[in-house]
Design a protein around this ligand. Structure first.
Ligand SMILES: [Zn+2]
Length: 319
């Protein structure tokens, strides 16, 4: 029997856990569904990531409101993927911040990405009719963007670490609390999605920069919160290992004149024992291998995923 497309058959609700990581610092994790967060300033809130629809975001905000009633001044979006940005209108934030490349990517491929992600992960799109349209940032930056949280709270620093999961990922760093919100640049016991990635840069200089913060707590894009220096290092190492195995296995097939399907099969065989049980592993791998094959072919920027191209790659590799 053919494997159901992407996560289209994953319809079971995931349990959400709200954790208070430090005074006024919150993370909501959900068994491998996209994570979100919030940081309190003296008299305002910064929210990190927006979920897939305003209805899904409103449920998160209702939980957050049990802890704080401060108004939301900033909504920070780590990258352009639909399941993290299309719920933005629920926040009614004064400022929506992304990396400058993210704005360009939304303009270039936001519509196609929306259709693609909706078909891949329909469960995350709670009441899809509530999405008013694409989400546009109102402030962007290239290297660094600091938000003074006021009082004794220190800064929240938004930083660019190089190309990785996408062309325009940002991380959010709390130097005083040593907490890093890493977006999809790091996953903690969840499979990586690399269909829009720059594998070689991500696995080397970009992850080096992520590691250089010296975080004691790390909230990745999916999966549990990583705690303590060792836990953070393990999450970063797992992310790097996943990428290194892909680079090695797809690289071998590519170099020896093999086929995309052979590259997929050998990568699957090596990754599966370690990562096969982690959320979205089977869903992601065909798209991941397809993009890496392109990268090794010299295709500089990821090709745009459309609902149609998604199905073609799925049929070719995963059926
Ligand atoms: Zn993503």
């Amino acid at each position: 029997m053919a494997r159901p497309f992407a996560s289209s058959a994953d319809l079971g609700e995931k349990a959400q856990t709200l954790e208070v990581l430090a005074d006024g610092v919150y993370a909501l994790t959900a068994e491998g569904d996209p994570n979100v967060g919030a940081i309190e300033g003296e008299d305002f809130l910064v929210c990190f990531e927006a979920l897939a629809t305003p209805v899904a975001a409103a449920e998160w905000l209702a939980r957050l409101r049990r802890h704080t009633s401060k108004p939301i001044r900033y909504l920070v979006l780590s990258h352009y993927h639909a399941v993290r940005v299309l719920g933005a209108s629920a926040f009614d934030a004064d400022v929506i911040v992304t990396h400058e490349k993210t704005r360009e990517l939304i303009a270039e491929r936001g519509e196609q990405d929306w259709a693609s992600e909706y078909a891949r992960m329909p469960r995350l799109f709670k009441e899809p009719g509530s999405i008013p349209g694409l989400t546009w940032p109102t402030a962007t930056f290239s290297e660094r963007f600091s938000i003074d949280l006021g009082g004794e709270r220190g800064d929240l620093v938004l930083a660019y670490c190089g190309r990785g999961h996408t062309e325009g990922d940002l991380v959010a760093w709390l130097p005083k609390q040593r907490i890093l919100f890493a977006g999809d640049l790091v996953e903690s016991q969840a499979a990586l999605y690399t269909g829009d990635a720059f594998h070689r840069e991500w696995s080397s200089s970009t992850l080096d920069r992520v590691a250089s913060f010296g975080a004691q707590t790390l909230v990745g894009g999916r999966g549990a919160v990583a705690r303590g220096g060792e836990g953070v290092a393990a999450a970063i190492a797992q992310t790097r290992d996943f990428l290194d195995v892909m680079l090695r296995e797809v690289g071998k097939a590519h170099e020896s004149g093999g086929t995309l399907k052979e590259a997929f099969d050998s990568t699957h065989a090596v990754l599966e024992p370690r990562y096969g049980s982690w959320p979205i592993f089977e869903h992601c791998l065909p798209f991941n291998v397809s993009r890496l094959w392109d990268e090794l072919d010299g295709v500089e920027r990821p090709r745009i995923w459309t609902a149609e191209r998604d199905r073609e790659v799925w049929e070719q590799l995963q059926s």
